[in-house]
Design a protein around this ligand. Structure first.
Ligand code: AMP
Length: 460
């Protein structure tokens, strides 16, 4: 459907034309007319569906009449992360360029003085993360009684991050006569309860999630042990045709360690996690978007919901504890029918988490056996020797050369590039395959403690 059929004003339509959007997305088509009618709306849609424009475009038109008073914003948008809040602010700037709207962004990591200065001048649009918002309302620096439109973006993620009590406190300060818009990818019972409490006769609009990445992404697992994990990861990156990649860790500390390790090994890398200052995070994202960094090492919280480029590969350096995070992670690749590959590095401790993932996606993930090494932790002495060998092999070569050299080959050269103690000989062009035979599996030093998920079709 055309944007011009949705009831938006001419200046807003002109801004949309300038950006080059040709058609409204399904969530925009359904939500924009309802928001313009001033209904409360529950939008069930994920990031990537165009949901930000679905609420910012009509809000710009609603705000076009009237002016803000000092410390009394006319709209409030709560967003779970600083990056998402920044992306929403960017949308208001782009889509509202022909209307005069004042906007303030209240997020952690930015100067509080500057944010308070903007507020004291009066803002039409206030975009905030719940933590910073609570700070300022409790100190009486913001008065919420003039809010006409209240938006809760990514409500299910707010729930995951423990923000619901903060949101309830903030909502208690809003006027009862207001319009409330709630967007969420899923509707767990807690969010349904919140909607019932906060909203009046909400209209529900829903778009089907795009085809699950579990269907579109080629997925593999690689057996490893903790000590050799980084080396195994490097060997996969070198062997694969990696255009750009995201590498996920479960802990911030490991994001830092892995970033340093990649840097030492001369990979083009950037890192992103929740403890970084806003300026650093913005710079990192820009470097990854424009290709200045080929690999982004990150944690789940930092990466969810961001408008990041399509990547050719996703590497789960750690198996995610929550199987839903696995879907989010691999969903960063293989979009819009393009090919994407995801590799998950599995140690002996991960079998439960891996089994939960396979259960959730409803299929077995095959092993990229040519990259696998033993899951037993090597004794310290052997580890030192192995690592010395690994470092010598890769040292001083440009990235491209390393990658080309690591490709699987039948003449045995590729063998040199791979970590020692491998379990399967590499075959040229061989498709990574799961080991089907239990007797064969036993050879891989598991003995009878073989994790269930490794036994094809025999998972308990
Ligand atoms: P969102 O779901 O809000 O995170 O939007 C995902 C991406 O879709 C953003 O990069 C938007 O710029 C883009 N987008 C939003 N609406 C449209 C549209 N109607 N046509 C094309 N792209 C769009």
């Amino acid at each position: 459907m055309k944007f011009s059929d949705l009831g938006l004003s001419e200046p807003t339509l002109k801004a949309v034309r300038d950006i080059g959007y040709e058609e409204a997305t399904p969530i925009q088509e359904q939500a924009i007319p309802q928001i313009l009618k001033r209904s409360d709306v529950i939008g069930i849609a994920q990031t990537g569906t165009g949901k930000t424009a679905a609420f910012t475009l009509p809000m710009i038109d609603i705000l076009a009449n009237g002016r803000a008073k000092a410390l009394m914003p006319r709209t409030l948008i709560l967003s779970p992360t600083r990056e998402l809040a920044t992306q929403i602010a960017d949308c208001f700037t782009q889509y509202g360029k022909y209307q005069k709207l004042n906007m303030a962004l209240l997020i952690g990591g930015e100067s509080m003085i500057e944010q308070e200065r903007l507020l004291s001048r009066g803002v039409d649009v206030l975009i905030a993360t719940p933590g910073r918002m609570i700070d300022l309302t409790e100190r009486g620096r913001i008065l919420l009684r003039a809010v006409q439109v209240f938006v809760l973006d990514e409500a299910d993620r707010m729930l995951d991050m423990g923000f619901i009590p903060d949101i309830e406190k903030i909502a208690a300060k809003l006027p009862t006569m207001r319009q409330t818009l709630l967007f969420s990818a899923t509707m767990p019972p807690e969010i349904k309860a919140l909607a019932k409490k906060f909203m009046r006769f909400p209209v529900e609009v829903r778009v089907d999630p795009p085809m699950s990445p579990a269907e579109t992404v080629e997925q593999f697992f690689v057996k490893t042990n903790t000590a050799e994990k980084r080396e195994v990861l490097r060997s996969v990156i070198r062997a694969e045709d990696v255009k750009n990649a995201m590498v996920f860790c479960n802990r911030k500390r490991d994001v830092d360690i892995l970033f340093k390790s990649f840097t030492k090994h001369k990979f083009s890398v950037a890192a992103l996690h929740g403890d970084m200052l806003q300026g650093q995070r913005t710079e990192t994202l820009a470097a990854f978007r424009d290709g200045a960094a080929q690999i982004l090492v990150c944690s789940d919280v930092a990466a969810r919901g961001l408008d990041l480029p399509e990547v050719s590969h996703v590497f789960n350096f750690d198996v995610p504890v929550n199987p839903e995070d696995y879907i989010h992670r691999i969903g960063r690749t293989g979009r819009a029918g393009r090919s994407g590959r995801a590799f998950t590095f599995v140690t002996a401790e991960d079998f439960k988490a891996m089994a939960a993932i396979e259960k959730m996606i409803g299929k077995k993930i095959p092993e990229a056996a040519e990259f696998s090494v033993s899951m037993d932790e090597p004794p310290p002495e052997k580890r030192r020797r192995r690592h010395r060998g690994g470092a010598r092999r890769g040292h001083g070569r440009p990235d491209g050369e390393k990658r080309a050299e690591g490709k699987p080959s039948t003449d045995g050269r590729a063998e040199e590039k791979k970590p020692v103690r491998r379990e399967a000989a590499p075959k040229k062009g061989a498709k990574p395959e799961r080991t089907h035979n239990r007797a064969e599996q036993k050879k891989t030093a598991f003995g009878d403690s073989l994790p269930a998920f490794m036994l094809n079709g025999k998972k308990s």
